[in-house]
Design a protein around this ligand. Structure first.
Ligand code: HEC
Ligand code: HEC
Ligand code: HEC
Length: 114
């Protein structure tokens, strides 16, 4: 009897561990708003990754939302002139907090064919 109760307890604990892990993985699949793709005219597309910014670069939701960006996919209306200014991506991508937006070597870090 005691032996059986013990087994039931072990099984119950294992099941809840798997359930918790499952939830963790399901959430890890999509961080924040997921991948956001911009397709500006006259430049290659840009994919913004919530995953890398939040998980790797340790940006908090409130670093960007809603001071810099709305929590809704829309045209940023980010012009070529806005590159290198303290606006949009340039709030961090200024060559100090993160790679800049003004040298030729920078362009392809964001603008990728495909
Ligand atoms: C480094 C900046 C940055 C951080 C940090 C960030 N986001 Fe975002 N988020 C963006 C950008 C850029 C967009 C797209 C805005 C646009 O299209 O105008 C966006 C869009 C979204 C959207 C809308 C997606 C859609 O398809 O409409 C949601 C939801 C969202 N973010 C949630 C979050 C949450 C939750 C966090 C924190 C875990 C977070 N974001 C952190 C930059 C950021
Ligand atoms: C809150 C600050 C912040 C904002 C705003 C921000 N980034 Fe970043 N981003 C970073 C940091 C920090 C890194 C990593 C440092 C580096 O690579 O110089 C990074 C890295 C990247 C990378 C390299 C690949 C990767 O995902 O790690 C790309 C591409 C990128 N950002 C695109 C964007 C775009 C596009 C926007 C605007 C829609 C944006 N970022 C806005 C902080 C920011
Ligand atoms: C940190 C990421 C990042 C870097 C680096 C970057 N861009 Fe961009 N660029 C963007 C994003 C995001 C958009 C468009 C957002 C939208 O569709 O509203 C954009 C839009 C553009 C546009 C279209 C502007 C318009 O009026 O529609 C041009 C042209 C452009 N970039 C050229 C460049 C050049 C040239 C470089 C290198 C000197 C560069 N970009 C570097 C993120 C970047």
């Amino acid at each position: 009897m005691r032996n059986r109760a013990w087994k039931v307890a072990v099984v119950a604990v294992s099941i809840s561990c798997f359930a918790i892990l499952g939830i963790a993985f399901a959430q890890a699949k999509k961080v924040g708003g997921g991948d956001i793709k911009f397709t500006p005219k006259g430049a290659d597309p840009v994919v913004f990754s919530h995953e890398t910014h939040v998980s790797q670069h340790k940006a908090k939701c409130t670093d960007c939302h809603t001071k810099i960006f709305p929590m809704k996919k829309q045209d940023l209306k980010m012009t070529k002139e806005a590159h290198g200014q303290d606006k949009h991506c340039g709030v961090c991508h200024n060559g100090k907090k993160a790679f800049g937006q003004t040298t030729d070597a920078d362009c392809a870090k964001c603008h990728k064919k495909g």
